[in-house]
Design a protein around this ligand. Structure first.
Ligand code: HEM
Length: 124
């Protein structure tokens, strides 16, 4: 693990795991998100753990397995409306609290994910 990365600052794999687990529990119960996600979120969560590890400066696990993230393209099969974007961010904000990610990292992560989430919208 490289020192000085967000990944390291928040506590590495353990923290990513807590965050992602809390996040998909909320996604799986959110009426606006249920229709586009699979019933079993195990594999989705596994990919997200790899992605966020890499996104926050940790080992490049996602790209080693799946290549270039191309996240906007990978999301095109799903109708991502402004309402679903807000729902996704609402789940993430609650998960950041639940996983006890501390300031200033919590706000920095939420801002980075907010920008990425905006980029993922593909349906009015
Ligand atoms: C996959 C929804 C934003 C990262 C998915 C899937 C859905 C989805 C439905 C497919 C799940 C599956 O079939 O397993 C959404 C919605 C978003 C959003 C509604 C709201 C804006 C984001 C953001 C990120 C992200 C902001 C990154 C920070 C991923 C990753 C995958 C994924 C890494 C797995 C891609 C793969 O197949 O390799 N998302 N997503 N998503 N999402 Fe999102």
């Amino acid at each position: 693990t490289k020192p000085g990365t967000m990944f390291e600052a928040i506590g590495g794999f353990d923290s990513i795991d807590k965050l992602v687990t809390a996040f998909y529990k909320k996604v799986g119960n959110h009426p606006k998100l249920i229709p586009i996600f699979p019933d079993d979120l195990t594999e989705t969560a596994r990919k997200q753990r790899m992605f966020l590890t890499q996104f926050f400066g940790g080992p490049r696990l996602y790209s080693e397995e799946r290549g270039h993230p191309m996240l906007r393209k990978r999301h095109l099969p799903f109708e991502i409306t402004p309402e679903r974007k807000d729902a996704w961010l609402e789940c993430m904000n609650a998960a950041l609290e639940e996983a006890e990610i501390e300031e200033p990292y919590k706000t920095a992560i939420f801002e980075k994910l907010t920008m990425t989430a905006h980029h993922m919208m593909n349906t009015p």
